[in-house]
Design a binder for this molecule. Structure first.
Ligand code: ATP
Length: 217
């Protein structure tokens, strides 16, 4: 059964760090699709800067034309916070037999034990962790134990089982962050070569990260 990667995030804005990670996972882990899922109101983080429709638009233009890249806006359609465990439960009903892998960066994985009903996530999906610059895998505490218990080095496990494994994958380290991009744009600079030009155009046309916009918050 073909496996699906689910890549959630604020994508405020999406950049090459996200896109390259998703692409390398698609190829190396043999997913037949990676589903980008922009979140509505992130439970663990401050409210996003760009409006939800704009973040969605940026994800759409960024992923256009890449086979296997799919955009799923279901978290934006829902009111209130989007908890990963709820989204995965809904996907599980829709795809009862298909292996599903939640893709997260190592920085996000290190906070997993603070997520809502986090222990249920592995009953619904695998977790694939992308190495990010400056972050180390946990070797103690609840996440260290979870890794000892559920960690695997076999890509095949992500395809043979529907859920339950944690796989850490080295991706090309691109030290790009949405926060830095927003700061750069607010300072009047150009985010060229950090993201596709199509995303840059949405930012320029909408003025969504302009300094004046930030000052009103
Ligand atoms: P910020 O800089 O505002 O924290 P972010 O880019 O880390 O933004 P998200 O858009 O929420 O934030 O990230 C979505 C997912 O992508 C997270 O799991 C995060 O760990 C991962 N991610 C973000 N940037 C990179 C990168 N440069 N390389 C690999 N993974 C990344």
């Amino acid at each position: 059964m073909s496996s699906m990667g689910v890549f959630g995030g604020t994508f405020d804005p999406i950049h090459y760090g996200h896109l390259r990670t998703a692409f390398e996972m698609l190829q190396a882990l043999r997913f037949d699709e990676v589903r980008f899922m922009p979140c509505g109101n992130p439970p663990h983080r401050p409210t996003p800067h760009a409006a939800a429709e704009l973040r969605l638009k940026m994800v759409q233009v960024a992923t256009e034309g890449q086979r296997g890249f799919v955009v799923d806006d279901r978290e934006l359609q829902r009111d209130g916070p989007s908890y990963s465990v709820d989204t995965l439960s809904i996907l599980r009903v829709e795809f009862p037999l298909r292996p599903i892998a939640l893709i997260i960066g190592m920085d996000a994985f290190l906070g997993l034990h603070k997520w809502y009903h986090w222990r249920e996530i592995l009953q619904l999906a695998h977790i694939v962790v992308a190495h990010r610059p400056g972050w180390r895998a946990p070797d103690m505490g609840p996440l260290g134990e979870l890794l000892t218990d559920r960690g695997t080095h076999r890509i095949g496990d992500l395809h043979q089982a529907k859920s339950g494994y944690i796989y850490i994958h080295d991706v090309t380290q691109l030290e790009i962050s949405s926060t830095e991009i927003r700061e750069l744009v607010a300072a009047g600079r150009d985010p060229r070569f950090l993201m596709p030009d199509s995303v840059r155009e949405v930012i320029a046309q909408s003025g969504c990260y302009a300094a004046a916009d930030d000052a009103t918050r």
